[in-house]
Write a protein that binds this ligand. Structure first.
Ligand code: PEP
Ligand code: MG
Length: 582
């Protein structure tokens, strides 16, 4: 039994597929003159195999996600048709007797390097395509086609990988991926967040132990506790089967409170809303019984594609969400690219500390066209329901002011062009940096709400990288420093009569719920699948008890003691939700 960090609940049982993400770099090698025809034929076979694989992936993506998504692979297929590239490979095989592996690698790398040296985002994207396709061709040449990526999975399996980027994860098909396990990563990485959103059980941060997992092995993945059990016994499978049954019967029973408010036993109503990543998630929001959307992470409209979504496409996505959920509120967060969510269309140079780098509002305020396009699309969608907007990663007043100047410009343009939009669109900021929490009094005078992004607030305040499994134990939501920053934010908001919500993962941690509402948080926004449980918990506690807990926490120095008290309160209210072991 291996142990990692449980990041997405659920149990799954299946065969391991190892995604090998290491790059193939062939050594310089030649062949005997007599073998030339054979080597050329081997190369042609690898090309046609690659073509077949790419077309199959493309067709599958088209069926599942639509034409737009599948276009990424057009560019890949074109690489295989590139006359200059093929001519160069042919020449090396013919004249220099280089193996097809070495010939293809050097020829394509020469192109990729030349393209990526040009300061043009379109061309550097093509360089990435060439490198991707090269790896596929090389995989076929060396007889290891399984080296391909997440989009090639054909049957339900448990994916094992060193790491999955958020864009890899966004491509996972829940019908094919029963669960996944990675060597690195932790609970608040965007990979983990997406796993919860897609409801794929996942265990991350296994470290070197991941080497124990071999292709074809049967494993049981326990996303509640973070266990990966190799070749589980009948008894283990039986016990886990029962755990799953008990958990699903809890889910079913929660359907009864779907349309009820998230109101404490002593009559305090909390706004319970949902976090989404794609416009298609709206159905899950409605089914969950959430009050609208508290965080729409719009970045996911931008990744896994070969071009940028234009204003019209973004407008349609935002309108769909807003209109579908009207009259309930939808909070759209403006682009939060950077950190672990990189985009090949926007030329972002590698950074030493991407989470402290060119990210979110900082990037948008420089890439003004990108930002304006999004702001215009959001404004136009505001005519279709109760839409609000919030800016991510604000660290000072200037950023809020600068963003609002651009927003005003967009309003003027739209007015002149005759578009309708909500004149009284509410603007909020995310409180994700310690500096924002410390100047919450100033910010509160200029916005209509705060939404605390605890995922980042914790990493920035405690100086604990949210992706690093080695220091995951130091990532403590109950650290007194964090609780005081939350309290300062809530108090500053209340002084200006504006509400504060929490949309980071802390809002969906059951033990944290009483603590947050006790601190005065008015809104919690969580992944749709957690809405029913959080609602039930709120309906099973008294605000008076939650406030007592918060009072205790604000006067306690020990994160561990605060956590114990918080857990005890939540467990007493909904003991069944805490049953996690088979
Ligand atoms: C957060 O930081 O808590 C948040 C909600 O934003 P994200 O997780 O997308 O960085
Ligand atoms: Mg954040």
């Amino acid at each position: 039994m291996l142990r990692g960090i449980p990041v997405s609940q659920g149990v799954s049982h299946g065969r391991v597929v190892v995604l090998n993400r290491s790059r193939i770099v062939p050594a310089k090698a030649g062949f005997e003159t007599d073998d030339q025809a054979g080597e050329e034929a081997r190369f042609q076979t690898a090309l046609s195999e690659t073509r077949k694989q790419l077309t199959a992936v493309q067709e599958r993506l088209r069926d599942e996600f639509g034409a737009k998504e599948s276009q990424i692979f057009d560019a890949h297929l074109l690489v295989l048709e590139d006359p200059a590239l093929m001519e160069e490979v042919g020449r090396q095989i013919r004249d220099e007797h280089h193996t097809p592996e070495y010939a293809f690698y050097t020829a394509s790398e020469k192109y990729a390097e030349a393209l990526s040296a040009v300061d043009d985002s379109y061309l550097s994207e093509r360089a990435a395509d060439i490198r991707d396709v090269t790896q596929r061709v090389l995989g076929n040449l060396i007889g290891q086609p399984q080296r391909a990526g997440v989009s090639d999975l054909t049957e339900p399996c448990i994916v094992v990988a060193n790491d999955l980027t958020p864009s890899d994860t966004a491509q996972l098909d829940p019908a094919k991926v029963l669960g996944f396990v990675t060597e690195v990563g932790s609970r608040t990485s965007h990979t983990a967040i997406l796993a919860r959103s897609l409801q794929i059980p996942a265990v991350l941060g296994l470290g070197e132990a991941i080497e124990e997992l071999k292709p074809g092995q049967t494993v049981l993945l326990d996303g509640f506790n973070g266990f990966v059990i190799i070749s589980p016994s009948e008894q283990t499978l039986f016990e886990y089967g029962q755990l799953v049954e008990r958990q699903s019967s809890i889910e079913e029973s929660l359907d009864e409170i779907r349309t009820e408010p998230a109101k404490t036993l002593d009559g305090h109503t909390i706004i319970l809303s949902a976090n989404i990543e794609r416009a298609g998630d709206v159905e899950a929001v409605r089914k969950s019984g959430a009050t609208g959307v508290g965080l729409f992470r719009t970045e996911f409209l931008f990744i896994n594609r070969s071009d940028l979504p234009n204003e019209e496409e973004q407008f349609q996505a935002y309108k769909k969400v807003t209109e579908y959920l009207a009259p309930e509120p939808v909070i759209i967060r403006t682009l939060d690219l950077g950190g672990d969510k990189l985009l090949s269309h926007v030329n972002v140079a590698a950074e030493m500390n991407p989470f402290l780098g060119w990210r979110a509002i900082r990037l948008c305020l420089e890439e003004k066209d990108l930002f304006r396009t999004q702001l215009r699309a959001i404004l136009r969608a505001s005519a279709f329901g109760d839409l609000k907007i919030m800016y991510p990663m604000v660290s000072g007043m200037e950023e809020l002011d600068a963003a609002n100047v651009l927003l005003d410009e967009c309003r003027d343009q739209l007015r002149a062009e005759g578009f309708e939009f909500a004149e009284n669109l509410e603007i909020g900021v995310m409180i994700e940096t310690p500096s924002a929490a410390m100047i919450a009094d100033s910010l509160a005078r200029c916005v209509k709400f705060f939404s605390i992004g605890t995922n980042d607030l914790i990493q920035y305040s405690l100086a604990v990288d949210r992706l690093n499994e080695k220091i995951a134990h130091l990532y403590e939501p109950t650290h007194p420093g964090i609780l005081r920053l939350i309290k300062t934010t809530v108090d500053s908001g209340q002084a200006q009569k504006i509400w504060t919500g929490v949309c980071g993962e802390m809002a969906g941690e059951l033990s944290m719920v009483p603590l947050l509402i006790g601190l005065g948080v008015a809104e919690l926004s969580v992944v749709p699948s957690l809405v029913p449980r959080v609602k039930m918990l709120i309906r099973s506690i008294e605000m008076a008890k939650a406030r007592e807990l918060a009072e205790f926490a604000l006067n306690c120095d020990s994160p561990g003691e605060i956590l114990d008290r918080a857990e005890a309160l939540a467990k007493a209210a909904v003991p069944d939700f805490f049953e996690k072991t088979a």
